[in-house]
Design a protein around this ligand. Structure first.
Ligand SMILES: [Zn+2]
Length: 447
């Protein structure tokens, strides 16, 4: 449209010029080398314009002829690149679709057409991996390490391979390299954290977890819980090294990081007691018992309030139980202490209340306590057998259960001994179909 208007404008201008010359006639005579031309001024102007147009046309044709081979070469190159990119795309689609033969075919095509190794190496590696050819994939990934633009992808490929092969040491090394290259990539940080916890490298894991937190790679609640888990393990290591003060320091950090971590309070109380700070240990247990009674807190209380006589222990338990008087663990603790001290009436009163609190489904441990009471107080073999039979059918007592695989453990620990899951242990009754306990000793009393 614009072109047509432009042409019309040009035509109008030419007409005007022609008209202008026609209205103002004049003669022109050219004499050259014995030739003589007589014409009008208008005709000369038209002839000059025609000559200029013809010259422009010839020049354009000449340029076109001279530039043709170069244009053809460029067209060929562009077309190759286009086909190369199509092959690359189709190859990636084939990888995503899980078609190894097509992926390899397109990878070879892209490799030939594009001649740009950084672009095609990843596809070649993935195609090889898809067809189960790990050595070839490894060769491609390793080659990618040499170029800065593909180094991260190469590291990532090798890391996935190392993890698949179960080579944690190599995987950790690669994950650390990946972190150097991309310090804020969430999967790099969480993978590294996972590897460090699996290997029990708690100090490194604590540092990595800080990066995980900064990058927002895990939910804040999960970060807090994991912090507590890592710090409890660091505390435990310090205790094993014979550094009770260091153990307390880590345990305090763990408790501060996540007060509700299932193992933090008990471990801190035990650490206080092991470091000779019975007063703090006792206070902590009492404070936690008021909030949430727990059988392991009772065990820690024994360390915090050491007594020589069962009767003295009854007094201590009464003091503790007053903080949560109707809780079933309080009643059971009172009943057990009374039973140990031979206070039959007290024992029966508390244990009966505990059975009632359990809603007629008393746990196996409570049933066994009742059996013991019947035997020790009244020597009633029939009642004892009845309770023991009930114990066999009763729900199993709560313990440390891995939420990932269901394995029961004698003590809390960050890593499941069966499936290796990190920080998945909670205190609950085991599943009914659960096989025997994983052989891990309960927490030994600190020296
Ligand atoms: Zn597990």
């Amino acid at each position: 449209m614009i072109r047509a208007l432009g042409f019309l404008g040009l035509l109008a201008a030419v007409m005007l010029v022609v008209a202008w010359f026609a209205e103002r006639p004049g003669d022109v005579t050219i004499v050259w080398q014995g030739w003589r031309i007589d014409t009008s001024a208008g005709a000369l102007v038209i002839a000059a314009a025609a000559a200029a147009v013809a010259a422009a046309g010839i020049l354009g044709l000449w340029r076109g002829l001279v530039g043709a081979p170069r244009k053809f070469t460029r067209w060929r190159r562009d077309s190759r690149r286009r086909r190369g990119y199509v092959a690359l795309t189709q190859g990636l689609v084939a990888v995503a679709a899980g078609d190894p033969i097509e992926a390899r075919r397109q990878a070879r095509r892209a490799d030939v057409l594009l001649n740009e190794p950084p672009l095609t190496m990843l596809l070649s590696a993935q195609a090889a991996q898809l067809s189960g050819d790990e050595p070839t994939a490894k060769t491609h990934y390793t080659a990618m390490l040499a170029r800065p633009e593909t180094e991260f992808l190469g590291v990532r490929g090798l890391l996935v391979q190392a993890m698949k092969a179960g080579d944690r040491a190599r995987a950790t090394e690669l994950a650390r390299r990946a972190r150097t290259l991309q310090p804020k990539t969430p999967w790099v940080l969480t993978t590294l954290f996972e590897l460090e916890t699996a290997m029990g490298e708690w100090r490194d894991a604590a540092i990595t977890l800080q990066s995980v937190q900064r990058a927002g790679a895990l939910a804040p609640a999960a970060v807090k819980r994991h912090q507590a888990a890592v710090l409890i393990e660091l505390s435990r290591q310090a205790a094993e090294r014979g550094e009770p003060r260091e153990a307390v320091r880590y345990a305090e950090q763990a408790y501060r990081a996540e007060t509700d971590h299932p193992a933090a309070a008990t471990w801190l109380a035990r650490s206080y007691a092991a470091a000779g700070d019975q007063r703090k240990a006792g206070h902590l247990v009492e404070q936690e018992w008021a909030r949430r009674p727990h059988p392991e807190l009772l065990a820690a209380y024994r360390l915090a309030r050491p007594v020589a006589q069962p009767l003295q222990w009854v007094k201590q338990v009464e003091r503790l139980a007053r903080l949560a008087p109707t809780h079933r663990d309080s009643l059971e603790a009172l009943g057990t202490a009374a039973l140990d001290a031979g206070l039959w009436g007290e024992a029966r009163r508390h244990l009966t209340a505990a059975v009632a609190a359990a809603g007629d489904r008393p746990g196996a441990g409570l049933c066994r306590l009742m059996a013991r009471l019947e035997e020790e107080e009244k020597n009633d073999a029939t009642a004892m057998r009845r309770w023991l039979q009930q114990a066999a059918e009763a729900p199993a007592d709560a313990g440390w259960i891995c939420e990932s695989c269901g394995a029961a453990h004698g003590r809390w620990q960050a890593n499941c001994t069966r499936c290796g899951a990190f920080d998945r242990m909670i205190w609950r009754a085991p599943d009914r179909a659960q096989p025997a306990l994983v052989a891990v000793a309960p927490e030994a009393a600190p020296p």
